[in-house]
Design a protein around this ligand. Sequence first.
Ligand SMILES: NC(=O)c1ccc[n+]([C@@H]2O[C@H](COP(=O)([O-])OP(=O)(O)OC[C@H]3O[C@@H](n4cnc5c(N)ncnc54)[C@H](OP(=O)(O)O)[C@@H]3O)[C@@H](O)[C@H]2O)c1
Length: 293
Amino acid sequence: METVGPSRALEGRTALVTGSSRGIGQLVAEALAREGARVFVHGRTEAACAATLARVVAASAGRADHVVLPANLAVGAEVEALADRVTALGGADILYNNAAIMHPWRSQIEDHTLGDWSSSFQVNVFAVMRLCARLIPAMRRRNWGRVINVTSGIRQTPQLAGYGASKAAIDKFTADLAFELEGTGVIVSRLDPGWLRTDMGGHRAPNDPATVLPGALVPVLLSDDAPGGQLFQAQDYAREFLTANSRARVFAQGNFACTALLTAAKSSSAACGLFFSTPMTLPMSFFDCAPVS
Ligand SMILES: NC(=O)c1ccc[n+]([C@@H]2O[C@H](COP(=O)([O-])OP(=O)(O)OC[C@H]3O[C@@H](n4cnc5c(N)ncnc54)[C@H](OP(=O)(O)O)[C@@H]3O)[C@@H](O)[C@H]2O)c1
């Protein structure tokens, strides 16, 4: 059966994925490289990023211009230095604000510390705001950019209130930024990855980290006329969701609509055909699918 390779939809684009040393960011970085992007891998240390760099290089068939850019986002000066290095390397077309921390579980409000909240806001909000402020102007000058701020579906969890509040701040910031960026070619979106078994999500999470794809790439691959400020739920696009439906329709909010028609498997393997309506096309390779002839 004929198979479909990566679409290379991001050929010529450069992406900074914060927190790509492990977890969700690592998977996103690898997927972006597979689609042709040059990737700036980020984590607190060079050593922590080595495994991702190897995966990114392998995903792009040995391409050698990916770069590791370590920076501790808890330190304001390191955030600025990260932005300086990205700028010196030609800037980023895609800013994937994925890195975040979660403070320890606090049973009662009196157990919360100011440090829980300030560290959550420094890494999860202030660093995001500064990277946007530093890197978006060049995107605007090029009339093209995709900014993805990773949020969370966390609800009714006062024990993690500082973390939850930082994600609420990201939601508000993204909405405001989307308004500012209207018509500029720079589209800012939010991604809720779902609850995944990463270091942060823990072993009780229901979802395999791999299920963040292909959904995590949908806000990167938006057509130029898509609205800003949308929330994408990665689990809506997970393979299990699609394969559970013989005809699955996946709608994103706003006027962006992606219609997936999942046809019946045509061979003993789980091959399927996925056809997407304009304005956006998702590479079939995200689903490891073969086309139906
Ligand atoms: N996992 C879930 O169930 C879940 C659910 C909802 C939302 N999310 C969101 O998804 C995103 C990724 O989560 P994840 O589960 O992949 O987390 P993770 O496995 O804990 O990975 C966190 C990443 O962020 C980096 N990071 C942490 N603190 C940093 C700092 N001070 N400076 C620089 N980098 C730092 C880590 O780099 P180092 O290697 O240097 O530590 C690592 O690459 C986060 O925004 C999280 O809030 C996750």
